[in-house]
Design a protein around this ligand. Structure first.
Ligand SMILES: Cc1cc2nc3c(=O)[nH]c(=O)nc-3n(C[C@H](O)[C@H](O)[C@H](O)COP(=O)(O)O)c2cc1C
Length: 212
């Protein structure tokens, strides 16, 4: 996917809201168009982890992110939980890709079983049926066999299961480095260029981790 594509980004109520926000920031900075969705639990977790109040009204959320990030006119649209006339709700107008980050076990289960009761699940269902890229960033530990079976089912349908599992071989200096490790892998799978982390096997990487 090159520059200027359209990505649906969903925040759900799993720990790791920083990953989702950083991804939103970088997609907007890269001039991509973002359709943003979030669950009620995501609002609770955003407040718990970051003291961030995600407004219940989509228009207020658009205003919030316009003030927080550099957003061009029409670049960001936020949709409510049951806004069925949103473009993401139909296979006739699918985005280039969708990312659920962070992704709860509940939303993962709903997508795996095709429930589509909320716009997030419906949008993900559309991506699967239209064979478009769907990236899920689950966060839970440990996983039960139900979680694992749901993930396997989704992977077999073509979804990318990209858990929030940061590596430490880049010697992160702070939380931002840890967040960027995961976000870099998401951007890789969206085919969005970035320079967040050194690439494995490149000189910088070898020097960084002292392999020479
Ligand atoms: C602070 C906090 C952290 C949570 N962390 C996780 C988590 O990491 N993974 C998870 O699957 N659920 C987690 N939950 C539980 C979900 O938020 C809960 O199951 C919710 O119903 C999920 O709804 P959603 O999928 O619509 O966002 C957490 C809840 C809270 C309040």
């Amino acid at each position: 996917m090159g520059a200027g594509k359209t990505v649906t980004l969903a925040f759900t109520g799993a720990s790791g809201m920083l990953y989702g926000l950083r991804l939103l920031e970088l997609l907007l900075a890269g001039s991509h168009r973002v359709y943003l969705l979030y669950s009620q639990a995501a609002q609770i977790v955003a407040h718990q982890e970051l003291r961030l109040v995600l407004p219940s009204r989509p228009r207020d959320a658009e205003q919030l992110f316009r003030e927080r990030f550099n957003v061009a006119e029409g670049q960001l649209r936020v949709f409510g939980r049951e806004e069925w006339f949103a473009p993401v709700a139909s296979g006739s107008n699918p985005p280039d890709a969708m990312v659920v980050c962070p992704c709860t076990m509940g939303t993962l289960a709903a997508i795996a079983t095709g429930l589509s009761q909320r716009l997030i699940e419906r949008a993900a269902d559309v991506m699967l049926k239209e064979n478009r890229k769907l990236i899920l960033v689950p966060r839970e530990t440990p996983f039960s066999s139900i979680h694992l079976e749901n993930m396997l089912r989704l992977a077999r349908c073509g979804a990318v299961i990209l858990p929030a599992n940061p590596g430490f071989y880049n010697q992160p200096a702070n939380v931002q480095d840890i967040v960027d490790f995961v976000v870099a892998r998401i951007l890789d799978h969206l085919d969005v260029r970035h320079s967040l982390t050194p690439r494995w096997g490149e000189d910088d990487q070898a020097n960084h981790i002292g392999k020479g």
